[in-house]
Design a protein around this ligand. Structure first.
Ligand code: CA2
Length: 152
């Protein structure tokens, strides 16, 4: 088995990280998060591709395009977490291992953030650890892939 290839997907508004609502989402920019993940990926010996979109359909296209290219997906679906049956259907359709991550602890925030459409099609969910949610998510996915023979 060669190197694992992981797709990291950031959903809507996450391009604003570090610029707005820093009390909730912190001071780290999306570019910095991606840089940290690339450093982690090098240490873990995997390839990471990071993409962001504010558009549901574009995120769905990225998920479809992951098939046959990436071995698994780390996704922060942003607000679509709580609304998007279509995003969930796309993840279920490609049937790649998925880890759902959130910067904030969605379970201690407003009631409408407590439900995730994505959780049921993910291996697991990591939330509340800021940038470390992504790092832990990547680590967990690589560990999962190492222990489970990935689909081609
Ligand atoms: O905690 C997370 O990572 C969320 O996925 C972030 C979403 C929110 O809708 C989810 O409930 C939890 C919102 C992302 C908005 O990101 C911003 C970043 C900076 C400034 C404004 C919004």
């Amino acid at each position: 088995m060669g190197k694992f290839s992981i797709l990291v997907l950031h959903g809507p508004n996450l391009n604003l990280l570090g610029k707005r609502e820093t009390a909730i989402y912190g001071h780290t920019s999306l570019a910095t998060i991606n840089h940290i993940l690339q450093e982690d990926a090098a240490r873990l010996g995997v390839d990471v591709t990071c993409l962001q979109s504010n558009h549901e359909g574009v995120l769905i296209d990225y998920i479809h395009q992951a098939l046959g290219v990436h071995h698994g997906i780390v996704i922060n679906p942003g607000g679509y977490t709580h609304t998007s049956v279509a995003l969930r259907d796309a993840l279920a359709a490609v049937n790649l291992p998925v880890v759902e991550v959130h910067l904030s602890n969605i379970h201690r925030r407003e009631e409408f953030r407590h439900h995730s459409y994505i959780a049921a099609v993910a291996i697991g969910q990591i939330c509340g650890f800021g940038v470390d949610s992504y790092r832990l998510g990547l680590q967990a996915l690589v560990s999962y892939l190492s222990n489970n023979v990935p689909k081609p």
